[in-house]
Design a protein around this ligand. Sequence first.
Ligand SMILES: C[S@@+](CC[C@H](N)C(=O)[O-])C[C@H]1O[C@@H](n2cnc3c(N)ncnc32)[C@H](O)[C@@H]1O
Length: 383
Amino acid sequence: MTPSPEGLHLSGFFAVRQTNYGGRACFAQRNISRGTIILESKEPVGCTVCYDFRKEVCHRCFHYEGGNTMKFKLSAEDLQAFVIKIYPSGKEMETLLKKGSFLGAGLWFCSDLCRRDFLTLRDVSVLLISFEKLLRLFQSQNKARAAQKSEETGADPIAADINKHIEQRWSQIETEWIPRLSKLKDTRQQMEAPILTEEEYISVRFVIDTLWRIRADNLKKELCTRNQAFECLQSNEISKIRRAPSLLMSQIKIFQTLYIILPFELKSFLTSTLFRHIIGADYANSFGIWELGLQSDARELLGYWMIPEASFFNHSCAPNVDKRRIGNTLHFVTNKDINANEQLCIDYSGILDLDVKERQKSFSENWFFNCTCDRCSLELKAV
Ligand SMILES: C[S@@+](CC[C@H](N)C(=O)[O-])C[C@H]1O[C@@H](n2cnc3c(N)ncnc32)[C@H](O)[C@@H]1O
């Protein structure tokens, strides 16, 4: 059962309470005037940049220059100068450097400042080792991937009892695949890695980033609200797989890849239960990282991030809270005066100009819920 976020202190402006129409939601704890920042989120619990923008978006501040490649990449010298000096990470890091073939871990930055800022993050070596190993594996699969693309792939059959089917597949991984893999030597294990698509590669990176941040929070002595909120997040695992059954196989490939490549610092956190919660919570809660400064129908979706403390806002087609991104910070700002106890809602969709029927269809198909906000209820009565 998902734990309850109701006792968590996420913001001085709102508290989380149960609704009778759509799970938990945020309610103003006092009168709030228009233009107030009710939540500022600097650090997500996990984030990633979409594959198509991997060289075009700064990995630190999400700066994007209309498709230009970012100028700053990581080098082996950077690792020597920053990472190893501060956080010697032992054998795995040495191996990466010894071969003289450091690929840059697939990370790009808009400025030297962002690059340095990233390199001095706590325990960044664990993240770099994971990303670099993944990139090497992914590149080594290029030929096999090209061959696979031209083959016809049949859709997975939809099981009558989807819950049971999902549990059975994960149980096989726990009781058969992991024990079999554990008997193999490291080099043989690498050969067991499934061939990833570009989308799956990005999902592996997202999970690595999430595990790395969860670990960092766990290492802190005091209880971390962000981690507690993360545990309370709604999961859309079942609804998503019911809609697209092939996702289950894809998730298993992502898990297997992680199991094979992760350094022990992160692997010790990787259980199928945590993995499934990360993926399921991502489906239900992640925010898009959008290109700045353009109309919603003209901007690019650069990536996505999961922000647990901001994930209890329900959607409304007449939202009273706006999202504003400045670099890697997301502000939640009231767009009108709000009374105490009023519900605080954001827009999930960017489709508020559509008519109610089209909005309802889109929410049901893409977000797996029937929107019952005040505006929809009113407009549906009129139709
Ligand atoms: C990001 S979560 C918001 C928090 C969520 N209510 C919870 O309890 O964790 C999104 C989910 O909230 C519910 N939800 C949000 N807005 C809604 C709305 N306008 N009508 C019905 N359900 C809504 C849906 O189940 C949706 O998948």
